[in-house]
Design a protein around this ligand. Structure first.
Ligand SMILES: [Zn+2]
Length: 380
């Protein structure tokens, strides 16, 4: 198998001796990879002397810094075709005029086009792992498979978060019964799970409290438990969703979900803009995670997630761009910057959160959240 050595004048990497520590700025650094996987990171002379480096192809990046690929923990690739259609609208009008109007017209070929467009642009912005929260399933796996194949063609690592959706107010193309959703999830997971390189992973994603009934949420979380993978759910994005949860379940969003027989330690909540202190404490206590999408939250005027508090409580947080029609950008570097600026202005405190933390959320911690060994320049 061909080995390759990449050398750069600077790097952000954990200690060569103990890779469990934080990333640090380093001087000249070399990465030795074999079969596309990193097997050693270290000082250029030492790496070059490694017997496994004999005959390796050499790539030199003088005058540059080498950093890990970023991890986009929340996206909807099909929305790249709807970019610009939903600008400057309130949330529910955006949903009806952009999403609900166009999604019923899209088939598997359109999904492939949308995915090539979204993932190609992400790669140009340094995203090497994307979680695609996939709810336009049309009671089959054809669209999801077209999306996975597009990711494979481009060489981006994908987590296909296959949606569980049964709310009758949404387009029929989103909806399934509980047994249909379970059967489709299991078939897709069987077909694609790559436990060696994690290039394709399938995880369940009950859409939200409004998009999935309690039985559907329980089914999605059950599939996650059986497969030993995380599950994803949009929660408390807009204030009206908190009001709806209080009216329907007599509890705020996270408390209502926690009352179901589900494992919150495997849950990745998406957004959480309106989580109150009690919900943030519960998320930390149960070991739950958050996919934070500050660009999309600002675009739609959703609200401000208390990221600083969640990080202080030890909640695992990753960054996401969300879909193309609720952000118009797909760069995780952009989300690092947006996260920092939004938190600083919200707290009127220029030291609310630092660059190192935001960088980590967009790289290694995003990988931890998805259960993948990615987001750091380290062996494996
Ligand atoms: Zn979303």
């Amino acid at each position: 198998m061909t080995a390759v050595i990449v050398t750069a004048d600077r790097a952000l990497a954990p200690s060569f001796a103990d890779t469990s520590g934080p990333d640090r700025a380093r001087g000249p650094t070399a990465v030795l990879a074999e079969g596309g996987a990193i097997i050693r990171v270290g000082d250029p002379d030492e790496v070059a002397a490694d017997p496994r480096a004999a005959g390796a192809r050499r790539i030199a990046w003088p005058g540059r810094a080498m950093v890990p690929g970023t991890v986009n923990t929340h996206n909807h690739s099909f929305q790249s075709l709807l970019r610009g259609i939903g600008d400057d609208l309130p949330f529910l009008v955006w949903r009806d005029q952009a999403l609900y109007r166009y999604s019923p017209r899209l088939g598997a070929d359109d999904m492939a086009t949308a995915a090539l467009f979204a993932f190609g642009e992400m790669l140009l912005h340094g995203v090497t792992t994307v979680c695609d929260f996939y709810y336009l399933n049309r009671q089959s796996n054809d669209n999801a498979q077209a999306t996975i194949e597009a990711a494979r063609r481009l060489g981006i690592r994908i987590v296909l978060a296959r949606c569980f959706y049964d709310w009758t107010g949404a387009p029929e193309a989103y909806r399934e019964t509980v047994p249909q959703a379970v059967a489709h999830f299991e078939a897709l997971a069987r077909r694609y799970h790559d436990r060696a390189r994690f290039l394709v992973t399938v995880q369940p994603a009950p859409h939200s409290q409004h998009g999935a009934s309690p039985a559907m949420i329980e089914a999605g979380a059950g599939c996650a438990r059986d497969a030993g993978v995380p599950w994803h759910i949009h929660l408390a994005e807009e204030q009206y969703q908190v009001d709806q949860s209080l009216a329907r379940f007599g509890a705020r969003p996270l408390h209502a979900v926690a009352a179901l027989p589900v494992d919150l330690s495997q849950m990745i909540a998406v957004h959480g803009c309106w989580f109150d202190a009690g919900e943030r404490a519960l998320l930390a206590e149960r070991g739950g995670s958050l996919a934070y999408c500050p660009g999309s939250n600002m675009f739609l005027g959703d609200g401000v997630t208390d990221l600083v508090d969640l990080v202080a409580r030890g909640v695992r947080v990753g960054l996401g761009t969300d879909g193309g029609c609720s952000n118009n950008r797909v760069s995780v570097f952009d989300e690092m910057r947006t996260a920092a600026l939004l938190q600083k202005v919200h707290r009127t405190d220029g030291q609310a959160i630092d660059a190192e933390t935001c960088f980590e959320l967009g790289t290694g911690r995003g990988g931890d959240l998805l259960g993948l060994p990615v987001g750091r320049l380290a062996p494996g």
